[in-house]
Design a protein around this ligand. Structure first.
Ligand SMILES: Nc1ncnc2c1ncn2[C@@H]1O[C@H](COP(=O)(O)OP(=O)(O)O)[C@@H](O)[C@H]1O
Ligand SMILES: [Mg+2]
Length: 233
């Protein structure tokens, strides 16, 4: 049994008379400690599955088994607890709280769980020791994304989910952010799923899950993932 098992996942969105099948019989596995990439064009259904995995959205049908528990059967309260304790989420546009400092943004997350990591140590790990008392508006995009990663990681989550984490960043900064995410997997043993439309970064993953039009079209396993530092795109 895999750590993450998605089985026949369907998600139907209804807006007025229009129905969209954003996930159309999606199945895949991710093992504990793996770095997986969900790859596909815009509209393929990637964010949909990531939000379901993160307990931020619910599916229409199918099973989503995390560490032996089927979160697709969870009620709202169970999902809140799951989201709080087990999930770290990194968004494309950082989603930091603007009137809190870097340190306070991370503390806000670490304070809601029992086994949190030290916020300052976590900020040191992403190279932001000197920026702990700055506000988001005083930081570059890459620095803000590193705060967002520290915030997600400080909760010591079972799973780190990243939705287009470099989508708003330039090449070099994006690469630095991917390096930090890679370190979280390779050095700290986190289970990581990155959603991206950029196929060039696929070689960094242990597993690449290809999405097209709401379906999984291919799953590749990489016995020898390439360090992001040696990937160019
Ligand atoms: N909340 C929503 N309401 C209605 N349609 C949605 C919603 N979220 C996503 N969709 C639709 O579902 C499809 C898949 O979206 P999404 O998962 O965001 O794709 P991706 O992240 O791969 O770009 C798209 O057609 C999108 O318009
Ligand atoms: Mg998306």
């Amino acid at each position: 049994m895999s750590y993450i098992e998605v089985r026949h996942n369907y998600k139907k969105y209804k807006t007025g008379d229009t129905e969209v099948l954003a996930n159309n019989d999606v199945s895949f596995d991710v093992n504990k400690g793996e770095l997986a990439i969900i790859l596909g064009a815009s509209g393929a259904g990637k964010s949909t599955i990531l939000n379901i995995l993160g307990g931020m959205d619910t599916n229409t049908s199918g099973d989503v088994i995390i560490d032996g528990k089927n979160i697709a059967k969870y009620n709202r309260r169970q999902l809140t607890t799951y989201r709080r304790n087990d999930i770290g989420f990194v968004f494309q546009f950082y989603n930091l709280i603007q009137n809190l400092t870097t340190k306070e943004n991370v503390e806000l997350a670490s304070e809601i769980v029992d086994d949190a990591l030290d916020p300052i140590k976590t900020l040191e790990d992403v190279g932001l020791k000197k920026r702990i008392n700055n506000f988001p508006a005083e930081l570059s995009g890459g620095e803000q994304q590193r705060v967002a990663i520290a915030r997600a990681v400080a909760k010591n989550p079972k799973i780190l989910l990243c939705d287009e984490p470099t989508g708003a960043l330039d090449y070099e900064t994006g690469k630095q952010v991917l390096q930090i995410i890679e370190d979280m997997s390779r050095k700290h043993g986190a289970t990581v799923i990155i959603v991206t439309h950029n196929s060039s970064i696929a070689p960094m993953a242990d597993r690449v899950i290809h999405f097209h039009d709401g379906k999984v079209t291919k799953i590749e396993q990489n016995a020898m993932p390439e360090p992001v530092s040696s990937i160019k795109w």
